[in-house]
Design a protein around this ligand. Structure first.
Ligand SMILES: NC(=O)c1ccc[n+]([C@@H]2O[C@H](COP(=O)([O-])OP(=O)(O)OC[C@H]3O[C@@H](n4cnc5c(N)ncnc54)[C@H](O)[C@@H]3O)[C@@H](O)[C@H]2O)c1
Length: 406
């Protein structure tokens, strides 16, 4: 059942990095957005690792904890569920959440492939529940501003886009073989884990992708095994037993944007790597149009570089710092130049989710948009296998909020 009023019972499935972060977002939301009068209550959490379930109850403050996610879905006091399990469990848990009538906020990528995402989308549509996806980088105030500039035509006709996610979490050859490196638990590697963020971001800012050509590579083929529910995927294990890396470390893709969106006719180059040395959490883009351009990178999240117009005394880039004119910045900081951080993005995401659940504004990312991202990733995977361009299946309803500009 959808929540009624503004008291919302929260269930959490998996208490890893994202599970804790979703929880902090629910806890912080009422003080950042007091006027919305949204009051999340932490009802029940589940994790198969006993110490993590206990942490959810004793430290995070859930009223109850369990090792079985089904108990979270069966609890009538739970109105909404955060699904933060490893990617390989998303299909099973997402479908079960929908069948239990719970609206859910699920981490990206939703499932190991487009077929699994489609099954979650179908179950959510059948049950009529609200969905939100963990594509947190959309909510960066600078990113929201670039989306406005593109949508308003301030950059002119978009000609080309360069976007990357260069994350060094597995740059150490002895970096842990977490679930992320296994096909049964994660599906693809850098493709699903990192390029999915890039794809969502450029589709959110510029428009849906229609065609893709890609290649992938695996640089380290063995790593020391990390048991599920222990450590993090940043861990380095010196003398552990080795296991095979089953998916890609690096992906490069050439894409064409679909007709009927601000990006119509534009091309893009997208890359992702989890073994890169240098960049740490380098998710960024450059967007070029006939009248201007914009560049942003998460490692300098609060800085936006814009160039509007071709000449004049200020030709070239201007750096704009975070300020209350951009996105939700003003809810977090009173004046320009004060930094926001990663956790704040999840607070904005929680707000968009719970507003949609309680019948308010619908600016949440949806399972249809997650499916479109999954279709791009799936086409990229096929393209890398067969060495040819692949069309991307369009997903009805996945407009990323864009309408065609005249
Ligand atoms: N939005 C983002 O920026 C972002 C960042 C990191 C991870 N993610 C996504 O979030 C999801 C979780 O990643 P993470 O980094 O938090 O993982 P993690 O390894 O930190 O945590 C996963 C947790 O799931 C638990 N678990 C395993 N099997 C379970 C089961 N059957 N029932 C309940 N719990 C179970 C584990 O014990 C562990 O505590 C993944 O889909 C990942 O792709 C998104």
């Amino acid at each position: 059942m959808p929540a009624t009023g503004h008291d919302i019972g929260v269930g959490l499935i998996s208490v890893g990095w994202m599970g804790r972060l979703h929880t902090r977002a629910y806890q912080t939301l009422p003080s950042v957005y007091p006027d919305l009068k949204l009051r999340p209550h932490l009802v029940r959490a589940a994790d198969t690792a006993a110490d993590r379930a206990a942490y959810a109850r004793d430290v995070l403050g859930y009223a109850a904890a369990t090792d079985d996610y089904r108990e979270v879905l069966a609890d009538p006091a739970v109105d909404v569920v955060s699904i933060c399990a490893p990617t390989g469990l998303h299909r099973e848990i997402g479908v079960a959440a929908a069948e239990a009538g719970k609206s859910f906020w699920i981490e990206k990528p939703v499932g190991r492939n487009a077929s699994e995402t489609a099954q979650v989308a179908e179950a959510a549509a059948k049950a009529g529940v609200v969905t939100s996806i963990g594509y947190n980088y959309r909510h960066v105030p600078a990113v929201e501003r670039v989306r406005e500039l593109v949508g308003d035509g301030k950059l002119g006709r978009i000609t080309n886009v360069r976007a990357v996610f260069f994350s060094g979490y597995a740059s150490e050859p002895k970096g842990a073989l977490s679930w992320r490196f296994r096909r049964d638990l994660a599906g693809t590697g850098a493709l699903g884990d990192l390029l999915s963020h890039v794809v969502d971001l450029v589709q959110y800012v510029v428009g849906p992708i229609a065609e893709v050509s890609a290649l992938t590579s695996t640089v380290y083929t063995q790593r020391p095994i990390l048991p599920m529910g222990s450590g993090t995927h940043f861990a380095v294990i010196e003398d552990g037993e080795l296991g095979p890396v089953e998916n890609d470390d690096y992906v490069a893709a050439l894409v064409r944007f679909a007709a009927g969106s601000p990006g119509a006719g534009a091309v893009g180059t997208l890359e992702a790597s989890r073994i890169i040395v240098g960049p740490q959490c380098g998710l960024g883009f450059e967007i070029y149009g006939t009248d201007g351009s914009a560049a942003w990178n998460f490692e300098r999240m609060n800085e936006l570089r814009v160039c509007l117009g071709r000449g004049g005394p200020h030709a070239g880039y201007t750096t704009v710092l975070g300020n209350p004119h951009l996105g939700d910045y003003g809810y977090f900081q009173p004046g320009p130049g004060n930094s926001m951080g990663y956790d704040d993005l999840k607070v904005i995401e929680a707000k968009k989710f719970l507003l949609a659940v309680t019948g308010g504004e619908r600016r949440n990312s949806t399972i249809e948009e997650a499916l479109h991202v999954a279709e791009v990733i799936s086409s990229a995977e096929t393209s890398a296998e067969i060495g040819a361009w692949q069309p991307v299946r369009a997903v009805p309803g996945a407009t990323f909020g864009h309408s065609a500009r005249g």
